[in-house]
Ligand binder design. Structure first.
Ligand code: HEM
Length: 336
């Protein structure tokens, strides 16, 4: 069964897929990408099940979610999907952090880094559109912030805002969440994995890869960590239900976005809704320029040290902002 004819008449066997990878592929930091991949598979499976029960209209979305979560399985699956989504964002930030600290975006891995940036943006858009689809107060306020910030984009802003505005908003967000983004995810993930295989895993900083292990050892570690992490999340999903706010109440601004958007909220407090456009743009531009700013081969160069310490300081500041906004009362930002 597992023999596939090679061009030269030789047969492929499963052994061919158990190729050698560097020994450090067993370390947690080098398995996070794989764990994220499994997280996405679980998100898609749980999402497809929930899609059968959602009525994606402004009038019925919240009620259909409430009914779905009124039985124990629906209650658990909805919470599992939500906490898993937040965990996957955390895992991606961990994955990116590992790559920035080891400098694994340099040289032949630059293109894979760019596909990675695309995956990061797609993942955050997944979480945002998922928040809106349930059309409760949290979703309504996320929608309000989007309409107001999109409207500020010169030339195309008004028509973009017009496209998602109004009664079709939940349907359009659902199509984005369940069809457009999964397709884009595949479009970026396949080359990400192919380039990963072609480039091989980057060596440890300052070291040459000497010892190798079979790929299956790496996969075992990925499944081991996935079992622990997603097992914990499925337990938490029973204890802590994903919130479904009342509403939406027009003009009220009483909720705060999920933790990864609280940095944006802090800047919005200071600079207004326009920062919802500018800050993401600055972050993405910074990530794109990184392989050009830090392109040298020396793992211990001054530039490398500045990049690593600079990144760790930015992360520390963002964590302070997230905690500060989380413990502060909600602020009214919108004109709506
Ligand atoms: C859907 C999200 C993502 C998935 C499923 C994913 C998956 C993977 C996997 C399985 C690897 C192999 C090694 C490892 O696990 O560390 C990898 C490597 C890599 N990823 Fe990702 N990734 C994702 C997002 C990202 C993001 C957001 C970036 C950067 C912005 C990125 C940049 C890279 C780079 C540069 C490598 C090569 C690392 C090396 O050779 O050491 N990935 N990715």
């Amino acid at each position: 069964m597992d023999d596939i004819k090679k061009q030269d008449g030789m047969s492929w066997s499963l052994k061919d897929f158990n190729y050698s990878v560097p020994e450090h592929a067993k370390r947690f930091g080098y398995t996070v990408g794989g764990v994220t991949l499994i997280g996405f598979v679980l998100l898609i499976i749980s999402g497809i099940i929930m899609a059968f029960f959602l009525t994606p209209t402004t009038g019925q979305a919240r009620q259909s979610v409430l009914e779905f979560a009124s039985n124990p399985w629906g209650f658990w699956l909805r919470s599992f999907h939500r906490w898993l989504a937040e965990a996957v964002v955390f895992l991606i930030v961990l994955h990116m952090s590992r790559i920035i600290i080891t400098g694994s975006y340099r040289g032949k891995r630059k293109l894979n880094w760019f596909f990675g940036i695309g995956l990061f943006v797609i993942t955050l858009t997944f979480l945002f559109s998922g928040t809106v689809v349930k059309w409760d107060q949290e979703g309504y306020e996320a929608y309000g912030h989007t309409i107001e910030s999109l409207g500020m984009i010169p030339l195309i802003g008004a028509s973009l805002a017009k496209f998602i505005e109004g009664s079709a908003v939940v349907m359009r967000m659902f199509v984005t969440h369940a069809i457009v983004l999964p397709s884009l995810l595949l479009l970026f993930l396949i080359p990400h994995m192919v380039l990963m295989k072609l480039n091989g895993l980057s060596p440890l900083p300052g070291k040459k890869t000497t010892r190798t292990i079979p790929f299956s050892e790496h996969v075992k570690k990925i499944f081991g960590w996935s079992l622990v992490i997603f097992g914990l999340i499925s337990f938490l999903a029973m204890q802590f239900p994903a919130v479904l706010y009342p509403g939406p109440f027009v003009g009220a601004e009483i909720t705060k976005p999920p933790w990864m958007f609280l940095v944006l909220y802090q800047f919005e407090d200071w600079f207004g809704v326009i920062s919802l456009l500018i800050l993401p743009l600055v972050i993405v531009l910074g990530l794109i320029l990184l392989p050009y700013i830090d392109s040298g081969e020396d793992d211990y160069s001054l530039v490398r040290k500045i990049v690593v310490w600079g990144y760790l300081i930015i992360v520390a500041v963002f964590i302070i902002f997230i905690i500060h906004v989380a413990i502060s009362p909600p602020v009214h930002h919108l004109m709506m």
